[in-house]
Design a protein. Structure first.
Length: 321
């Protein structure tokens, strides 16, 4: 049976910003073993529990209903939790685009569409919201990045100012496949030998983005492709942890090492970052809202059958000016 969030099946209804009647959704529990839980309280006296989802990255947050305003104390706790865990999942949510945008604003500046932009990533969005979907109407996808596997990447790495964080809300999900994988780039860096850490700390990498590609094999080499150069090792401003900043989908080369040695080093680092001990696989269920910190994690999408419907709603978050 198709898994759909109980917030209306029609896509045009999803695009509206009108309030829907509330409905109760059961919390999703994945049977993940955890070794600790943080309990906090929001302004409406709802108990929020934060449980790690994986030893290296990710946590589940229950007891928070994001149709309600997020109080000042809870907002700070959630910002701290995101810095600590890098990925937070809020299961069982019933939210519209306004709710999701308000939640995203807790973590920074919510990006809005620019009507004059040539960037198709923004052109197809409605005041900042973007749909990730393989659903087609009149033969055309209603969203972007529609089908199949997508290699590890960090949103906005091709920009001079990459996105701080991203939120995704699951509306329709496949019966199998289409999971999002999150890799802790901080844990990956910390597992490297100290001498290699020191070597990498002074290097930079070039990141490119072709809006039609989902795998490294389709990477374009021309200078006309949107690209940016960033340090290969970044320090998180809130935690002080260092993390690798490179990805299989978007990192073209290491600056000053555009040769076989540089390609070998890059390949080794990419393989290292994607080891299972650094990666949490999130199995989507309708009503899941996930936010992740692009400064310390990469994410990827597992393959799924083209006859399985998938629809998620996205907002990106940038640093406050």
């Amino acid at each position: 049976m198709k898994r759909v969030a109980p917030i209306g099946a029609a896509f045009r209804r999803l695009m509206s910003f009108r309030r829907r009647k509330s409905c109760m959704l059961g919390f999703v529990e994945n049977g993940i073993r955890t070794n600790r839980a943080d309990v906090i309280m929001n302004i409406a006296n709802q108990i929020a529990t934060i449980k790690p989802a994986h030893p290296a990255v990710g946590a589940h947050v229950t007891g928070v209903y994001l149709r309600d305003p997020v109080g000042i104390d809870l907002a700070q706790e959630l910002r701290d939790a995101l810095a600590r865990h890098a990925v937070l999942c809020f299961p069982g949510q019933d939210i519209d685009p306004d709710d999701q945008a308000a939640f995203a604003a807790v973590f920074g500046h919510v990006d809005r569409a620019d009507a004059d932009t040539d960037d198709p990533d923004l052109k197809q969005s409605t005041p900042g919201v973007k749909y990730i979907s393989n659903i087609r109407e009149n033969g055309k996808p209603i969203g972007s990045l529609p089908d199949g596997e997508m290699h590890f990447h960090s949103d906005g790495a091709h920009r001079e100012a990459p996105y701080r964080a991203t939120t995704l809300f699951a509306i329709e999900v496949p019966d199998f496949g289409g999971e999002t994988r999150f890799a802790s780039m901080a844990a990956a860096f910390e597992a490297l030998p100290k001498n290699l850490q020191a070597r990498l700390d002074g290097l930079s990498a070039r990141h490119v983005f072709n809006y039609n590609k989902t795998t490294r094999e389709k990477m374009r080499r021309g200078d006309e492709v949107a690209h940016a150069v960033h340090p290969l090792v970044r320090t998180h401003p809130d935690t002080g942890r260092k993390s690798l900043y490179l990805s299989r989908l978007m990192t073209r080369d290491i600056v000053g090492m555009e040769n076989d040695e540089g390609e070998d080093l890059l390949t080794m680092l990419l393989d290292h970052c994607e080891k299972p001990k650094f990666v949490y696989d999130h199995v989507w269920r309708p009503g899941d809202l996930v936010i992740w910190d692009n400064r310390s994690v990469n994410h990827a999408r597992n393959d799924f059958s083209s006859d399985q419907r998938r629809l998620l709603r996205r907002y990106t978050i940038s640093d406050v000016d």
